[in-house]
Design a protein around this ligand. Structure first.
Ligand code: HEM
Length: 103
């Protein structure tokens, strides 16, 4: 089963194209059987806990030092290009500003 197709099933993920990180605050969605970015079963990703920790730390470091705003040059609907993973076809253009003071 394609995880892309599963994660775009509007019954489980309403308005699947909408950027809505709050949908992942729903414990049932994230911890249940609906969301499995690291696979499932006996061959589930062995690096999943490390990957989640690393991503959380990297994001925290970025957002502590910089502010990010979407540049209008980014198209309304970001199309995906397929490589080993999906990447944005025309990029996602951002304004990045260093925060004045960070702890
Ligand atoms: C965002 C980061 C990552 C994603 C989305 C991801 C996703 C996946 C997926 C979908 C699988 C296949 C699971 C299956 O066949 O059901 C997998 C397997 C695997 N991943 Fe990851 N992974 C990530 C990071 C990592 C990291 C950081 C490591 C190592 C430090 C790692 C090591 C592995 C290994 C060794 C397997 C093969 C497990 C097996 O076949 O028994 N992954 N991963």
């Amino acid at each position: 089963m394609s995880s892309y197709a599963a994660f775009h099933n509007a019954e489980d993920f309403p308005e699947p194209e909408k950027f809505d990180p709050t949908r992942f605050l729903n414990k049932e969605t994230v911890d249940g059987e609906l969301f499995y970015p690291f696979g499932a079963g006996t061959r589930i990703c062995v690096g999943r806990r490390f990957a989640m920790l690393e991503m959380t730390m990297v994001m925290a470091m970025f957002f502590r030092r910089y502010e990010f705003d979407l540049n209008p040059a980014t198209k309304d609907k970001v199309k995906a290009k397929s490589h080993i993973t999906l990447t944005p076809m025309d990029g996602v253009h951002m304004f990045v500003r260093q925060r004045r003071a960070h702890l």
